[in-house]
Design a protein around this ligand. Sequence first.
Ligand code: CA
Length: 226
Amino acid sequence: MRLLLVEDDRMIGESLVRGLGDDGYHVDWVRDGAAASAALANGHAGGDGGFALVLLDWGLPRQDGLSVLKELRARHSLVPVLMITARDAVSDRIEGLDAGADDYLVKPFALAELKARIRSLLRRQEARATAEIVHGGLVVDPVRHEVRLHDNRVALTPREFSLLRVLISRPGVIHSRAQLEQSLYGWNEAIESNVIEVIIHTVRRKLGAAIIENVRGVGWRIGQAP
Ligand code: CA
């Protein structure tokens, strides 16, 4: 699960990358508002950079966090945003929440509390995405991370699951290799040139060749319902 951390304080940033990494999150870290806007605008899924959640500091060089947030919401992105800030005046909190923040944490805070709030936001997000995505005889359950084909459970690796979920969430939409790589991998991860093809190959082997349709020269989309 990829999170975007926007934080200009090196010590806080390093400790969050390490602490959240311990819980299995992949954290991409940028240190100013302009870089955050670029990372988020770069996305395909609602203009959120493919991130599952954004941790956003308010006071940032080049562009402040509130303005980053307003831009993100102006693009109708629903990605959960947790603002982390030293500003604890009630009026600041209200301004942040009204601008589209989902939660607000005041520095200094305990890592354990931040983790609990992240879990809570992701849980809410999963619930809103409806429990199960049904495509004919194929059911993808994002909450339990389960896939069933004609009521038989099929074991997928986390990457296979992510790829299938990306495709099935937007039927008919063709996803390019770059878009799929962005959804599945963080910036710092080395990506083999044919990795998407390899994952598609194994998903097809488990769920049938027709489950993913290749549109030559463009990309892939979910195939006809099994
Ligand atoms: Ca700051």
